[in-house]
Write a protein that binds this ligand. Structure first.
Ligand code: AR6
Length: 186
């Protein structure tokens, strides 16, 4: 599914984010920045050890206590097609999605796009942050993700493309529903 907004487009697709050819892909990391399972594990496996080395340096220099939830940092993409990986940390939901989780998830998307712009990146691919191990409800997370991307596009007028690369058909359907709902409200 495609949706044009100002000078940018939002794309929803089913796929594996490690295969994407956007300038940057976003990693659903954890505060340690030391890798993990899910999409984080897949990105480090395919991208190779240089990504983890950069993450370690960022931890030591800038975030000795860990990257706070909702913040984002950038490394190169190692062996990936994408030139950069933006690492962000979504909230741990355990199934609940109050204003707090919503705001933190919004921040994770928005701050990732801010870092993209600061690095002159115009095409970015996101996974569905926090909807795997961190168990945020997908319907709500999808609305928040799309809203953050649309807000950023409208406010900054810089990006060319924001791609949501969804791992399963079920998640894709939920993002499509959320996007249709948002389009109807605009
Ligand atoms: N491409 C696209 N999406 C993927 C891929 C992939 N290759 N692999 C999984 N997904 P998760 P979280 C989807 O658990 O909930 C890690 O251990 C998956 O189906 O990766 O933010 C980190 O180190 C789901 O929809 O991230 C953290 O500790 C979505 O990506 C923790 O998990 C997110 O699932 C972060 O949990």
């Amino acid at each position: 599914m495609k949706y044009k907004i100002d000078n940018a487009e939002i794309i929803l697709k089913i796929g594996d984010i490690t295969e994407e050819d956007t300038e940057a892909i976003v990693n659903a990391a954890n505060s340690t920045l030391m890798g993990g399972g899910g999409v984080d594990g897949a990105i480090h496996r395919k991208g190779g050890p240089s990504i983890l080395e950069e993450c370690k340096r960022i931890r030591e220099k800038e975030y000795p206590e860990g990257l706070p939830t909702g913040e984002a940092v950038i490394t190169t993409g190692g062996n990936l097609k994408a030139k950069y990986v933006i690492h962000t940390v979504g909230p741990v939901c355990h199934g609940k999605f109050t204003q707090r989780e919503k705001q933190l998830l919004y921040n994770a998307y928005y701050n990732s796009l801010k870092i993209a712009k600061e690095n002159k990146i115009k095409t970015v691919a996101f996974p569905s942050i926090s909807t795997g191990a961190y168990r945020c409800p997908v319907e709500e997370a999808a609305k928040t993700a799309l809203k953050a991307a649309i807000d950023f596009i409208k406010t900054e007028n810089y990006l060319q493309q924001v791609r949501f690369v969804l791992f399963t058909e079920d998640i894709y359907e939920k993002y499509s529903e959320a996007l249709k709902e948002i389009i109807n409200e605009i």
